[in-house]
Design a protein. Structure first.
Length: 331
């Protein structure tokens, strides 16, 4: 899909931006974030307290939810949705990411920034790099290593692979420490989390149960976190160097919203409004729902397709795309 940028199209986003600003949707929401962070911290602390008091493996599931919700808060901090300034955003991001869940905040922020700049772009978006999965038939034809081995059946393996995402997050964070800006601080916080986490598991459980707790917790954490991101771009157009899109079209055409009620906003941390989030990444999460009809109406005005689907349908589309992308590896 090769689309050239025109001067007229270059102004489309500025018109939309004016409408969003006029509606006051880029204003901070301190009350919302104070409540949300308090509830997430309570869930996190309560999860660990439950483990300590009951020694029950069921609390591994509670902590999986808590860890994913902490990650979603770190995501909002990285986008400066909570604070306008960089200092507080970075300080709390390091606490939430490195110390809280064992994820390098600097590594993830660098990776996610590149994703936002070029979503679903084969050459520039790290989220569609053919490391394990292939996202287009072009990638499948050039695949090597694990991607070539499993790419032909990747749709069937997608959810099992998500069970490893929590472990992958920790390994990738540790490997990237040499590249982050605050290397010493991030290393201290990240390895401090690993040490405390492993110590807590083996102090609170027998060795066999401790291993079971870690496996269950990390698997469910990875599954939940992966499922919050997977419906947003998978199955949408994959761009190449031939595509020249203006900012608005690049963000809208490669993104998909997930329709649902307020419960879905909570479960997915607002990422169900992926189109609005990509257009205005610093917009506070509770304002995304109000921005959605404004953006959809404007896209209709200028003739830009606006994609949304139910939660189940979004996964059906994503899995269908994965199956089709892997076709060359099934021949």
């Amino acid at each position: 899909m090769t689309v050239l940028v025109s001067a007229e199209r270059a102004t489309d986003f500025s018109v939309l931006s004016q409408r969003i600003r006029a509606a006051g949707l880029l204003e901070r929401r301190p009350g919302y974030y104070a409540l949300r962070i308090t509830l997430v911290v309570a869930l996190y602390v309560g999860g660990w307290a439950g483990v300590a008091m009951t020694h029950s493996l069921w609390f591994a599931a509670v902590l999986a939810i808590a860890y994913a919700q902490v990650a979603l808060v770190a995501h909002d901090l990285a986008h400066k949705q909570v604070f306008r300034g960089r200092r507080w955003s970075e300080a709390l991001g390091l606490l939430a990411g490195n110390a809280g869940i064992g994820m390098s905040y600097g590594w993830w922020m660098n990776k996610h920034t590149r994703h936002h700049a070029n979503p679903n772009h084969e050459d520039h978006d790290p989220d569609v790099a053919p490391d394990i999965l292939v996202w287009s038939t072009r990638q499948a034809e050039r695949a090597s290593g694990p991607a070539r081995l499993i790419g032909g059946h990747q749709a069937l393996l997608f959810f099992p692979l998500l069970l490893l995402e929590g472990f992958n997050l920790h390994v990738s964070s540790a490997r990237a420490l040499g590249t982050v800006k605050r290397r010493a601080l991030e290393t201290f916080l990240l390895y401090g989390h690993f040490a405390a986490y492993i110590a807590a598991a083996f102090l609170l459980f027998s060795p066999g149960q401790a291993i079971a707790f870690i496996l269950i917790h990390q698997a469910l954490f990875g599954l939940y976190l992966g499922m919050t991101f997977a419906p947003n771009h998978k199955g949408m157009p994959v761009l190449t160097a031939e595509d020249e899109l203006d900012f608005l079209r690049k963000q809208v055409l490669t993104s998909r919203n997930v329709r649902g009620g307020v419960w879905l906003d909570v479960v997915l941390g607002g990422l169900n409004y992926q189109i609005e989030h990509h257009l205005f990444p610093n917009m506070p999460t509770p304002n995304l729902r109000r921005a959605q009809p404004i953006v959809q109406r404007y896209c209709a005005e200028i003739g830009v397709p606006y994609h949304s689907a139910t939660f189940v349908s979004s996964y059906a589309q994503a899995l269908r795309h994965l199956h089709e992308a892997g076709a060359p590896l099934r021949r």
